[in-house]
Design a protein around this ligand. Structure first.
Ligand code: UDP
Length: 404
């Protein structure tokens, strides 16, 4: 089974890549590695942990993934903390911080047998960060893995967390811009996608074609797709405007697909605005999808001629990399992590305005050869930089570095 998993990655990422992983893992033989986060399902972190732990296990590491549990109150506090750390000021009281500490104290006792003996402990995000305080005699190397953007944190909350995460041997951030000064070693490990998941695996053409009937799309007009939550930072109205400008010159239809708005009051408002803007337009489909429609998203990205991610603020946009892996040129907002994901003029275009986006849509739809060439380069760029195999390599190298 384990060899089978590695063989599948080898087919996609190359023999040399998997050989290198085996070599690095060989040097870590016998090491006990534990990852801890706060949810087993839902969200990008859990998704990445499923893939990471499966590959590391296949490589022969002794790996465990533990999840801390908390009550509603705990998650209310950590959600507020998350928002504050990403730059939205929140009042978090002393008693709320005590809840954070107390739940971590309880969880520390539950996890003590596993964590005390581990050689490497990776703690993901702020929720379980205080665990370290309850292990004064730890023997392993403890690393705090931050998946969020700490570039402009609300200071009082950051001061609280900074004191905690300063106790770790090392920290990992997704991008240089997301970091804060800290006294420990800092590593940059960008996110990745797993080419074997439902979201990214190859699909038979019939599966892709079904999308057209299912969502009543025409085969007569090229398809532009943006997949993202209905969020103003993703600029769905700008995408609609860009497509309307472009179609004065060339026929085009648009799908805006997203979900997750139901429990997010602002998402609902944005969805309403988008629906109002698209009202009665036969060439625009707004799709509100349940969170587990991975195959639908896969097929939509593959059915597209051009994929957009016209965000005006973005960390690392997973949808950008997902679409590029499917051989699509991406027109992305010239912001945040998208700048490192899209190589302007080579694997897609970076744009700032609907007018700029319209120009690039017209260009890509007018030159099919160029579109295909950019798509090929996009896939290669993802293969070289943003697959889960690269992610595992970074983790293994980091562990080896920490042993020195
Ligand atoms: N996604 C999804 N369903 C949707 C919208 C998005 O499964 O309706 C997925 C998308 O394919 C990607 C992730 O959710 O894997 C969104 O990550 P990204 O970094 O692009 O944006 P975020 O939502 O984290 O800001």
């Amino acid at each position: 089974m384990t060899e089978e998993i590695l063989a599948r990655y080898q087919q996609i990422a190359g023999t040399d890549v998997v050989d290198q992983l085996k070599q690095l893992a060989g040097a870590l033989k016998g090491a006990r590695v534990v990852h801890v986060n706060s949810t087993r399902y839902g969200g990008g972190v859990a998704e990445i942990l499923h893939s990471l732990t499966a590959i590391k296990e296949a490589l022969g590491l002794e790996i465990r993934w533990e999840v801390i549990s908390g009550d509603e109150n705990f998650f209310r506090v950590t959600k507020a903390m998350h928002n504050a750390l990403q730059g939205f000021p929140q009042d978090i009281s002393e008693s709320a911080l005590r809840v954070h500490q107390e739940i971590n104290a309880q969880q520390a006792e539950i996890l003590r047998p596993v964590l005390e003996d581990a050689d490497f402990v990776f703690i993901h995000d702020p929720q379980p960060a205080p665990l370290i305080e309850f292990f004064p005699h730890r023997r392993g190397k403890w690393v705090w893995r931050c998946h969020i953007d700490l570039s402009r944190p609300h200071r009082p909350v950051w001061r609280y967390l900074r004191d905690i995460v300063s106790k770790y041997e090392a920290t990992i951030f997704s991008m240089p811009d997301f970091t804060q000064p800290l006294p420990n070693l800092q590593y940059i490990i960008p996110p990745s996608i797993d080419p074997l998941t439902l979201k990214n695996q190859d699909l038979p053409q019939e599966e892709v074609d079904k999308i057209f009937d299912r969502f009543k799309l025409t085969r007569e007009k090229p398809l532009v797709v943006q997949v993202s939550r209905f969020d103003r930072f993703k600029d769905p109205l700008g995408v609609i405007r860009a497509v309307r400008l472009a179609r004065k010159f060339t026929p085009v239809q648009l799908v805006l697909a997203g979900g997750g708005a139901a429990d997010d009051p602002e998402g609902e408002i944005v969805l309403k605005e988008v629906k109002a803007a698209a009202l009665d337009d036969p060439d625009i489909r707004i799709l509100f999808l349940p969170p587990d429609e991975h195959l639908t998203i896969n097929a939509l990205q593959r059915a597209a001629d051009v994929v957009m991610q016209k965000s005006i603020k973005e960390g690392f946009g997973l949808t950008v990399t997902e679409a590029m892996w499917k051989g699509k040129p991406v027109i992305g907002g010239d912001t945040g992590g998208i700048r490192s994901q899209v190589v302007n003029h080579h694997t897609g275009f970076l744009v700032r305005t609907p007018e700029g986006a319209a120009l690039r849509i017209r260009y890509l739809l007018s030159y099919p050869e160029r579109r295909l060439e950019m798509g090929r380069k996009a896939r290669q760029f993802v293969r070289d930089n943003f697959l889960i195999t690269r992610h595992v390599r970074d983790y293994l190298s980091l562990m080896l570095a920490l042993l020195r």
